[in-house]
Design a protein around this ligand. Structure first.
Ligand code: GDP
Ligand code: MG
Length: 370
């Protein structure tokens, strides 16, 4: 049977816990705010206080965001979200840095890019690309394991002087499993001993057939160090994105995914949210994983405060009640009561799961009995 603490019930009714305790006392029950009462007693109290009883099923309480689908006519083009993968030392970090430097916007403003876990690059032709700043397949698979498949396109970095390595193959497999199209960036072409053609040939063994070999996977020879052909790589991404016709509805309550989250000494809990659809605005009330909150400030990848963030835009969100986990979903809801209700429900669920999974040490039990 369902139970609820007196305090939680008071919160949901927007009444004082002490008043509920008093009412319970009149009903002949001696309980404190932290004690639980059963459903019948709770319902009695709710009517006693003149509130309406609303039975919420588990599915109702949790937000089923997959179920409300946007009308096709509401969809507008959005920037692709790109993840860079590949073997260690093949140049993932260098490429991310080089591409960030290729951002014409940052160049114009002379701005310093902030590390917020993701950033956007505006190419010369005006097209915008979002890069997830978490190189490597680990972050990618972790997010995916949490049901957050945010990547639209994977850039597979292969060093031209080193070729296909174990993590190259792993990256290929992860991208394939996620159904994410690959663009091959053959890096370090400035080096002696660079052999891009051999990379293309060896990729055939892993069913990556690049255009030069008669397939449809784009490949671009680059040098992250010498900043060669970065614009070609951006063009290839823009082309791939065009083929995919990536769209989202910007005119609705926002929904996003946590890319990174931390407890900041000065600012409290901070999360980088990649907006998936809708527009996130300052003042919005939301649920984020098992946390609730209200957007106090939004900060973009240039460290600038912004008033809102639309689809595919990464922003730092201030105003969380606690630190969520990477891969969690942020959903804007109608009011704070609703946000708290959903967050409380999710915290309860998480606790139940942890308790169920908690390993029981037999050894400890026996010594306790002895
Ligand atoms: P990651 O492990 O994939 O992130 O690789 P890094 O970006 O850390 O690069 C590993 C090493 O390769 C560093 O010493 C880089 O300076 C070097 N490197 C990266 N890209 C290039 C390139 O295009 N040309 C050359 N010559 N060296 C590169
Ligand atoms: Mg690195």
């Amino acid at each position: 049977p369902d139970t609820i603490t007196v305090q939680e019930l008071a919160n949901r009714m927007a009444e004082k816990g002490a008043d509920l305790v008093k009412a319970l006392f009149k009903m002949g029950m001696m309980v404190t705010v932290n004690q639980t009462i059963d459903q019948d007693t709770a319902e009695l109290l709710v009517t006693e206080f003149g509130h309406e009883i609303k039975r919420v099923s588990e599915a109702d309480v949790d937000i089923r965001h997959d179920e409300d689908v946007d009308a096709p006519e509401a969809l507008k083009p959005r920037a692709p979200v790109v993840t860079i993968m590949g073997h260690v030392d093949h140049g993932k970090t260098s490429l991310l840095d080089a591409l960030r430097g290729a951002n014409v916007q940052a160049g114009e403003a002379g701005g310093i890019t902030q590390h917020i876990g993701a950033y956007q690059v505006k190419a010369k032709d005006g097209s915008v690309i979002t890069f997830l700043d978490t190189p490597g397949h680990e972050a990618f698979t972790e997010m995916r394991a949490r049901g957050a498949n945010v990547t639209d396109i994977a850039i597979l970095v292969v060093a031209a002087d080193d070729g296909i390595k174990p993590q190259t193959i792993e990256s290929i497999n992860h991208a394939k499993a996620a159904g994410v199209p690959i663009i091959v960036a053959i890096n370090k072409i400035d080096k002696d001993g660079a052999n891009p053609q051999r990379v293309r040939e060896r990729l055939l063994e892993h069913e990556i057939i690049v255009e030069a070999m008669g397939g449809d996977v784009q490949d671009v020879e680059v040098s992250a160090l010498k900043k060669l052909n970065l614009d070609k790589l951006l063009d290839a991404i823009a082309l791939q994105a065009e083929i995919m016709e990536l769209k989202a509805n910007p005119d609705r309550n926002a929904e996003g995914t946590v890319v990174e989250a931390k407890l900041d000494k000065g600012r409290g809990p901070v999360a980088t949210i990649l907006v998936r659809r809708g527009t996130l605005k300052v003042g919005d009330v939301f649920v984020c994983g098992a946390e609730s909150g209200r957007v106090r400030a939004l900060i973009d990848d240039q460290g600038k405060q912004v008033k809102s963030a639309g689809p595919s835009m990464p922003v730092e969100v201030l105003g969380l009640g606690g630190v969520p986990m990477a891969g969690d979903t942020l959903t804007v809801v109608e009011n704070e009561a609703r946000a708290r209700e959903v967050a409380a429900y999710r915290q309860e669920q998480a606790l139940k799961k942890r308790t169920a999974q908690a390993p029981v040490s037999l050894e400890g039990m026996f010594s306790a009995l002895a």
